[in-house]
Write a protein that binds this ligand. Structure first.
Ligand code: NAD
Length: 359
């Protein structure tokens, strides 16, 4: 196989003493950033992604080209492919798995429920089976989501809050993931860190997310839909900048304990952690739009609508004391600075110039 020979010839991933990471979802938004950060500091990184068409595949290909240029090999394949995973683990002694592949998005689940079960439930189990059987057993760090807090009205959301009222199938599959990973931790001694990301945004972001599609529409002179609660209150999100999330992921990897395996009665329990990674500073959607208008130097055409009951929650807000204590996590980028960087990337990626659109 093509990738096998590429991997075998790469000392970075086959050397026995370093950190070697399998990153699933490496052609995705968060996965591409984390892959680059780990590679930059010298870790061995192999990516896996199925390049699905949930959003513009050319963006995923462009991220892959960037990773290629930095020495990160991205294997095209599905986390549900047990044979492929077995081959990958046979070829490389991964010390860590950073599992970021998933079917993301809340609204898409209304029409495409099976895709969430395939990637977020079945795919997770297939991956954990491979980790369980691998020698050495890797430590697993994976992306859960703030959506597990569901219809919670106690803010800020803390890991001790209840998570039994998911508002979407996406949220339900992430919650299922937290319980499935616990089983593999308990029975097979896999070291598990689940990170509940709060609305991540930034350069190379996801075109299905509001800040991205708003930017596209504003630049094209098209209207944007702004949803409100039935009582007229604005929706709010704890928007978290990608570099802060990447630092949290890297710190989670660096503080992950080794898996302990399932053998022997005296085995010490393997590590199982769940941490919020948020910004602790929620913003309303109209405030987000005002910042975008300022950076784009264009007024948005706004349609204000009542929130349809399709899985969105009214607000999110992270308490990060556990991530601070466990990971030394401290977000440093506010929404204004982060959106400025996103807009700069967006304009250059799509070839726009301000006040002289469409080059
Ligand atoms: P993304 O869609 O950009 O990245 C996910 C990648 O996984 C994609 O490139 C996709 O092609 C790949 N993928 C999907 N199913 C796969 C499968 N079965 N096998 C192999 N590859 C597959 O999303 P993202 O925003 O980078 O999210 C990364 C992780 O963080 C996901 O688990 C997501 O649920 C979680 N998360 C993201 C946010 C956010 O705001 N971006 C918030 C909370 C949680």
């Amino acid at each position: 196989l093509h990738w096998e020979s590429q991997i075998r010839s790469s000392a970075a991933v086959t050397r026995p003493d370093g950190i070697t990471v399998l990153i699933t979802g490496a052609a995705g938004f968060v996965g591409s950033h984390v892959s680059l950060a780990l590679r930059r500091r010298g870790d061995g990184v192999v990516g896996l992604d199925n390049f699905n068409a949930y959003y513009d595949p050319s963006l995923k290909k462009a991220r892959k080209a960037l990773l290629d240029s930095q020495g990160v090999l991205v294997v095209e394949g599905d986390v549900n492919d047990a044979r492929l995973l077995a081959k990958l683990f046979d070829t490389v002694p991964f010390t860590h798995v950073m599992h970021l592949a998933a079917q993301a998005g809340v609204r898409y689940a209304i029409e495409n429920p099976a895709s969430y079960v395939h990637s977020n439930v079945a795919g997770l189990v297939t991956l954990l089976e491979a980790c369980k059987s691998a020698d050495p057993q890797p430590s697993v760090i994976w992306a859960s989501s703030s959506s597990v807090y569901g219809l919670n009205d106690k803010v800020p959301f803390s890991e001790s809050h209840r998570t039994d009222r998911p508002a979407s199938l996406y949220a339900a599959t992430k919650k299922a993931g937290e319980e499935i990973t616990h089983v593999y931790n308990h029975i097979y001694g896999l070291s598990i860190t689940g990170l509940r990301f709060f609305t991540v945004y930034g350069p190379w972001g996801r075109p299905d997310m509001a800040y991205y599609s708003f930017t596209r529409n504003i630049l094209q002179g098209k209207p944007i839909n702004i949803y409100r609660r039935r009582d007229g209150a604005d929706l709010a999100r704890d928007f978290t900048y990608i570099d802060d999330i990447v630092r949290g992921c890297v710190a989670a990897l660096d503080t992950a304990e080794a898996s302990t395996g399932s053998g022997g009665k005296k085995r010490r329990p393997a590590q199982y952690r769940i941490c919020n990674l948020g910004n602790t500073s929620p913003m309303t959607v109209p405030a987000l739009v005002r910042i975008l208008e300022r950076h784009l130097k264009v007024k948005a055409k706004k349609h204000v609508l009542e929130m349809p009951g399709n899985g969105d929650v009214p607000f999110t807000h992270a308490n990060i004391s556990s991530a601070r204590a466990e990971l030394g996590y401290k977000p440093t980028t506010n929404l204004d600075t982060g959106l400025k960087k996103f807009v700069k990337w967006y304009l250059s990626y799509y070839g726009y110039r301000l006040n002289n659109k469409s080059v």
